[in-house]
Design a protein around this ligand. Structure first.
Ligand SMILES: [Zn+2]
Length: 287
């Protein structure tokens, strides 16, 4: 459409599909290239009404979507990363953290909460891609670990919503250690027989996929989410050959046995409640 250009006033192309557009503005859907009214998109859980492309949601959005009556209690949102390596790329890590905290209003790329889902008390944590690509540094590892311990202590299920570009390179080996830390703590949850449900959203990659995102009892993915370890571009360049259609998308990953189900965002809460009933009450599934 000739009038739909990124440069035009009031219109933004959702390049990384992170929606943060004032009312009345338009975004271009990365799924079907159609222009979408930002407000209508917001009213539709950030899912394209034309092709069901799922735009990224924030941890706040997921908590409000999933918890009963949108009621929940946030934990550990005062944890912030230090800069043990004195790391600088295009800018100093400390400056990047400070700017990102200011821009997003978040302390880091994971937040934890407790509340009820379908009447069941749960410990939940969700990642935020808007905070340095949802990268996993020591704060993410600690927030997730504390959410796991909270589930163990209160004997509740654990629900994690993942959204990550992988490890946070600015924290080097400390970032990689979070994989072992979260995985080790999840064995304690498993030992107690408490359910762990993962909701994989677009994208879930790198160290997050290689640790807690793939250790659930049930893996739910949103449609069309990129799920993998290394991204398709890296794999294509390494292998020197073209990849199959839909490679690393939820549907492909499910077909190859890595996830259990694909659930549209509008059905997430209902499906979660069914699973929690099944795990916690051992009753037959409702419709
Ligand atoms: Zn679309």
């Amino acid at each position: 459409m000739s009038w739909f250009k990124r440069q035009a006033k009031g219109i933004k192309t959702a390049l990384n599909d992170q929606i943060n557009v004032p009312e009345g503005q338009w975004v271009k859907c990365p799924g079907c290239s159609q222009p979408l009214n930002a407000r209508e998109l917001g009213n539709n859980l950030l899912v394209c009404p034309k092709c069901t492309y799922h735009f990224k949601m924030t941890s706040q959005d997921y908590f409000e979507l999933l918890f009963d009556d949108r009621k929940f209690r946030i934990f550990d949102d005062n944890l912030i990363s230090v800069d043990p390596l004195d790391f600088t790329d295009k800018k100093a890590y400390t400056t990047r953290l400070k700017n990102t905290r200011k821009k997003t209003g978040l302390s880091d790329s994971a937040r934890a909460a407790t509340g009820k889902v379908g009447g069941h008390s749960v410990s939940m944590a969700s990642m935020d891609f808007s905070f340095i690509g949802g990268s996993m540094g020591s704060v993410v590892g600690e927030v997730i670990t504390r959410a796991i311990k909270r589930a163990c202590r209160k004997k509740t299920p654990l629900i994690l919503i993942t959204q990550s570009g992988g490890a946070r390179m600015m924290e080097g080996a400390l970032s990689l250690m979070q994989m072992a830390k979260t995985a080790a703590n999840l064995t304690k949850l498993s030992d107690k027989g408490l359910p762990f449900i993962v909701i994989l959203t677009n994208p879930t990659t790198g160290g997050v996929t290689a640790s807690f995102a793939m250790l659930g009892d049930v893996h739910i993915a949103e449609p069309g989410a990129l799920i993998g370890f290394a991204g398709p571009r890296i794999i294509r360049e390494t292998m020197g050959q073209d990849l199959p259609d839909g490679f690393q998308k939820s549907e492909f990953v499910q077909e190859h046995g890595f996830i259990d189900m694909i659930v549209e965002r509008k059905d997430l809460r209902g499906r979660l409640i069914h699973l929690l009933h099944l795990f916690m009450e051992a009753v037959p599934l409702a419709d």
